[in-house]
Design a protein. Structure first.
Length: 387
């Protein structure tokens, strides 16, 4: 993509750093972002699995949702903000501890997925939530949340005043130990605010690669300085969108707009864990009747993982039974550098979801053997902190 075309797109605070590092810029979610750097996607992928990769994910939709009027009672204020967001999702926000993050799904009334998102209880401000939504849906998501909040809460967007960086890989914790040592005390799916530069940086122990790592929300005017400090360490290299996608695919993580959409429920997407027990018991979330019935077995399709023999099967490829009859579709697919094999995610009827089941995938008109396997394809290496 030519640089002059990129100027028609939104640029993150780190755009010039990508250009000076030789990033190949492409349009993504309305932004000009690097798909890869000169070493290439394969090398970037492997580096992240072995060392530490640094990603610019500032195109995502971070925001803060806070009560317009606080009572002064932290528990009551958290209950009030939870009561605003919970009717939109299937997760239990009420029982989050300060600083705890929950993966959840924003649902429509029929139980389909409007987006998947991260929601965290603020460790600083009672009655406050830190939320991160996907880039392609953030305008609709923000409007949806604001409409539900009305005058009870205020949504403050953080996607223009801040940059969001992701540091992922086995060396990420050692890098963080030298930069902000206190952040290494975070457990997986928790976050806190730390002093850095002239302001605070919000750091979560999370990510979307399957590796241990951190996401850092920093003021836009300090983003380049933080980027430079991290890349000054030889264990860190910049990583583009291409490797980010292959890493999340190996980790068996869904991508909204591909493995999730407005017709797909949490149960169909094999994300039943995101429907919290308290919410299931109360059946008080959008599409509860459908979702609970699917949880009880009334499914017509389910997301599965596939090892594909031969060329990678891309999104839209038909999944066939042993007789060659179409039964489903691939929603994400590609080559897995860590495995040296082609892998895919897709949807098939429940009777074809048994681990070890042999199917076929149509790739450029040719039926290639495929096998149902457990996901993640590559084991997650998140840091679990037990207290």
């Amino acid at each position: 993509m030519a640089q002059d075309s990129a100027e028609d797109l939104q640029q993150t605070p780190l755009y010039q750093r990508h250009m000076s590092s030789g990033g190949r810029i492409v349009p993504f979610g309305g932004y000009a972002l690097p798909v890869q750097y000169p070493t290439g996607i394969m090398a970037e992928h492997k580096w992240t699995r072995e060392q530490a990769g640094l990603f610019d994910v500032s195109h995502m939709g971070p925001c803060f949702l806070s009560l317009t009027q606080r009572s002064g009672d932290p528990a009551a204020d958290h209950a009030a903000i939870s009561a605003i967001i919970e009717p939109l999702i299937c997760g239990d926000i009420l029982n989050l501890k300060p600083g705890q993050i929950r993966y959840s799904l924003l649902l429509n009334e029929s139980g389909g997925t409007l987006d998947d998102l991260m929601i965290a209880r603020s460790p600083l401000f009672p009655g406050g939530l830190y939320i991160v939504v996907n880039a392609g849906t953030k305008e609709a998501d923000f409007a949806h949340i604001e409409a539900a909040a009305g005058k009870r809460a205020r949504l403050e967007r953080a996607d223009s005043a801040y940059a969001l960086l992701a540091l992922q890989g086995p060396e990420a914790v050692n890098l963080m130990a030298g930069l902000i040592p206190e952040a290494t005390d975070l457990g997986f799916m928790t976050y806190a605010a730390f002093d850095w530069g002239r302001d605070k940086v919000f750091i979560s122990r999370s990510g979307y690669t399957g590796e241990d790592g951190f996401e850092l929300l920093v003021n836009a005017d300090e983003a380049e300085a933080l980027w430079d400090v991290l890349l000054a360490d030889p264990r860190v290299k910049p990583i583009g969108l291409g490797a980010r996608d292959s890493l999340r695919l190996e980790a068996g993580l869904p991508l909204y707009g591909h493995d999730l959409d407005e017709t797909i429920s949490p149960i169909e997407a094999d994300l039943g864990f995101a429907v919290s027990k308290r919410r299931r018991d109360a059946a008080d979330f959008p599409g509860a009747r459908r979702i609970l019935a699917e949880r009880d077995g009334q499914l017509i399709r389910k997301r599965v993982g596939l090892i594909v023999e031969g060329a990678p099967a891309r999104e839209g490829a038909e999944i066939l039974d042993g007789a060659g009859t179409p039964i489903g579709v691939v929603t994400s697919g590609g080559f897995a550098p860590s495995l040296g094999k082609a892998i895919a995610l897709g949807f098939v009827p429940p009777e074809h979801t048994a681990i070890g089941a042999r199917l076929l995938v149509s790739v450029r008109g040719r039926a290639q053997p495929a096998e149902i396997v457990p996901t993640p394809f590559v084991p997650h290496r998140y840091f679990r902190k037990f207290v």
